[in-house]
Ligand binder design. Structure first.
Ligand code: AHR
Length: 497
């Protein structure tokens, strides 16, 4: 049988894992807001229309930072449309997804939900058709204590206390030619800097995310980031990056190696931040906000992205399988391994739209990707340990990757390890060696696996891709040995002596 050893050392710490890397993203898109989390017609809805079967399932994923309201949607959004008495709110056409937007859910509904769900709100302002002043007004509406026009407007809407939203994105994917209001880097940088300065004058405690490159295949990749960062370095705290991957060529081996591309993208963008920090002789290091990531390729064209003027059309409704779940686990492993540079990350998205949960009327299904996220969710806290992986590699069309993708979090005397077996055929013994410290006993462990990489969960049937408890570990003189079947993701927590 093949064997891999993961060498760890309790003192080889990358950084504290920022809990915000386990974030999510809720956009006014398709059936994400309407029917997804807000569905007054559902038998699962409370008096406010919040859909509690979905929200209770989402609670299991313990999302931290929640990005809202878009996405491409935000680049044409007027936040004022979504506040105040519902009967006075306008229905508008959202041009990004060609859909009808009734604005029945907006800032205050989102904030009520965020509070109940323990989400850290992460708002995106409109820098497509919106102005710096509109962004600043929205911030004052949310965070002002009262005694000013915008904060008193919030109070008149029934929200006496400030929402106190500290994390804001300066637009969305402004480097993408499809983005409403897309402009060259220099123009965006000017817009973003003006907005950032107004916002920080209004509330000096806000943290701001600058739009970086949203895809590595755009011709402006890296150049855009250098230019906007050079202009705005002093005014911002994070640079955003996005990544969607897919198995378009139906090559499972190659798809399962794509975690390497995620590592590379993070390291490249972090290098731009280091370059601009050095060039501007700044003491501050701008960190990364990986604020959209997921598998997305099947529902990416034609009717999947065109709402044809309808309300809550079924857009971007990817059905996820086992191989997708193993790729999702690799994204999270990569964020943990890059704990020193990636401080925020948001799974795009949370329900119906490229999501771990799908609804159909009052029914709901937990998709394959739900389970790895849940396995990380119960192990979010601690420091990331640098793993050195020795073992066989898998050569595929685009990458040569270690067969085992690993990350580890140490929380006091509790060690959690996260292991993906990328092989489609080989069972492997994985030894985890903690440099002389004894891995003493298992606290909890689960595995997601199966023989068919294309297996997926269906409405009304028992799930075929889900996590199950695992208890077959061996301990050899303080070293942990886990036998991993092909196509598997394992997460385990252990006490260390
Ligand atoms: O998450 C779906 C879309 O993907 C977002 O609206 C956009 O930012 C990205 O292109």
């Amino acid at each position: 049988m093949k064997q891999t050893t993961v060498f760890l050392h309790p003192d080889f710490i990358i950084d504290q894992v920022d809990p915000r890397v386990f974030g999510g993203f809720l956009e006014h898109l398709g059936r994400a807001v309407y029917e997804g989390v807000y569905h007054p017609e559902s038998s699962h809805a409370d008096a406010r229309g919040f859909r509690y079967d979905v929200l209770n399932a989402l609670k299991r994923l313990k999302f931290t930072a929640m990005r809202y309201p878009g996405g491409n949607f935000v680049s044409g959004y007027d936040w004022l449309d979504g506040v105040g008495p519902r009967e006075l709110r306008p229905t508008k056409i959202d041009l990004a997804w060609q859909s009808s937007e009734p604005n029945q859910f907006g800032t205050n509904e989102f904030m009520e939900m965020a509070r109940e769900m323990d989400w850290t709100p992460m708002m995106a302002v409109n820098l497509g058709t919106g102005t710096p002043a509109e962004a600043r007004n929205w911030l004052e509406y949310c965070n002002g204590k009262g005694g000013s026009y915008w904060s008193d407007l919030r109070r008149s809407h029934g929200y006496e206390e400030p929402h106190d939203i500290k994390l804001w994105c300066l637009g969305n994917e402004m480097d993408g030619p499809w983005q409403i209001g897309h402009v060259p880097a220099r123009d965006y940088a000017v817009r973003a800097q003006q907005t950032a300065r107004l916002m920080k004058m209004c509330d000096p405690d806000v943290e701001l995310v600058l739009c970086g490159s949203c895809a590595t295949n755009l011709p402006t990749y890296m150049q855009w980031d250098r230019e906007v960062l050079e202009y705005c370095y002093r005014d911002v705290d994070y640079l955003s990056l996005h990544c969607y991957v897919g198995n378009e060529s139906d090559d499972t081996e190659d798809f399962l190696n794509c975690g390497l591309a995620v590592d590379q993208q993070i390291e490249e963008l972090d290098a731009v931040c280091a370059f601009v920090q050095a060039k501007t002789r700044s003491k501050k290091r701008v960190k990364l906000s990986f604020d959209e990531w997921n598998v997305w390729y099947r529902a990416r064209q034609g009717d999947h992205v065109d709402g044809r003027g309808k309300f809550a059309p079924p857009l971007l409704e990817e059905v996820y399988n086992l191989e997708d779940a193993l790729v999702v686990a690799q994204f999270l492993n990569s964020f943990i391994r890059h704990a020193d540079s990636v401080k925020i990350a948001n799974l795009a998205q949370i329900v119906n739209v490229i999501a771990p949960i799908l609804t159909q009327g009052d029914e709901m299904v937990l998709q394959s990707i739900f389970y790895p996220i849940e396995m990380f969710a119960s192990r979010q806290n601690g420091v990331s340990l640098r793993p050195t992986v020795q073992g066989p590699k898998i050569e595929s069309k685009s990458h040569t990757a270690p067969q085992i993708d690993a990350s580890a979090i140490l929380n006091g005397r509790e060690l959690s390890v996260f292991l993906v077996n990328r092989s489609t055929t080989e069972t492997t013994d994985v030894r985890v060696d903690l440099a002389g410290r004894r891995i003493a006993s298992r606290l909890s462990a689960e595995i997601v696996t199966g023989s068919d990489p294309k297996a997926f969960n269906e409405f009304g049937k028992d799930p075929v891709v889900c996590s199950v408890p695992y208890s077959d570990e061996c301990f050899d003189n303080g070293t942990l040995i886990v036998q991993l079947p092909p196509l598997s993701f394992y997460a385990g927590s252990f006490s260390i002596a």
